[in-house]
Design a binder for this molecule. Structure first.
Ligand SMILES: CC(C)(COP(=O)(O)OP(=O)(O)OC[C@H]1O[C@@H](n2cnc3c(N)ncnc32)[C@H](O)[C@@H]1OP(=O)(O)O)[C@@H](O)C(=O)NCCC(=O)NCCS
Length: 162
């Protein structure tokens, strides 16, 4: 069941090839605007590279990527999953705080719940509180070490879906 009964101003749709450029733009804009508040530049660059256009196209091809669209059909957010892992949820900064992220996560959880009892996420610091409020629990931590000595510690979170 959806997490919230809020009325959404946006609609969610499966991502198609024609969305690739707009999804990439949302990802890069959001990461460059939000992540420097939480992470050093090395980590910001890591996430920008992780969400390159090639990876966006792979996500679309998997059939597991979705977009949040405004009334005019513009891509304002995106989300993707792989098996029972939510692999990314990003909402353009100009559209955050309106329920768009909630809409995307609701849809991803619905997809995952069709086949799995538990949803997993490697949560960014910018989203850990949101996931916690949705019922996700921290079950461990992961660490990525970069060549310049920077370390990215992230929370592994899980939610029982049924
Ligand atoms: C995390 C992220 C996806 C959330 O997207 P969002 O569209 O802002 O999410 P929502 O609007 O659904 O919820 C955000 C907050 O707005 C509140 N909100 C939702 N709808 C609202 C509405 N109509 N009016 C006022 N507030 C609202 C929610 O309660 C939530 O509050 P909380 O953080 O205290 O729980 C977005 O902030 C983002 O892209 N961040 C950077 C990237 C990132 O961290 N991604 C996660 C990777 S794991």
């Amino acid at each position: 069941m959806p997490h919230s009964s809020r009325t959404y101003a946006m609609r969610y749709a499966p991502a198609t090839d024609e969305h690739a450029g707009a999804i990439h733009n949302v990802l890069q804009t959001t990461i460059r605007a939000i992540y420097p508040k939480y992470y050093p530049q090395t980590v910001v660059d890591f996430f920008c590279n992780l969400h390159c256009l090639e990876h966006v196209r792979e996500g679309i091809a998997s059939g597991n990527m979705g977009v949040a669209l405004d009334d005019a059909g513009n891509v304002v957010g995106t989300g993707c999953y792989d098996d029972n892992h939510i692999t990314g949820v990003y909402v353009h900064p100009a559209f955050q705080g309106r329920g768009c992220g909630t809409l995307i996560i609701d849809r991803l959880e619905e997809k995952i719940a069709a086949d799995y009892d538990v949803a997993c996420i490697d949560a960014s610091l910018s989203a850990a509180c949101l996931y916690e409020r949705r019922g996700y629990k921290t079950v461990g931590h992961g660490v990525i070490e970069f060549d310049d000595g920077v370390k990215l510690v992230y929370e592994k979170m899980e939610k029982q879906l049924r």
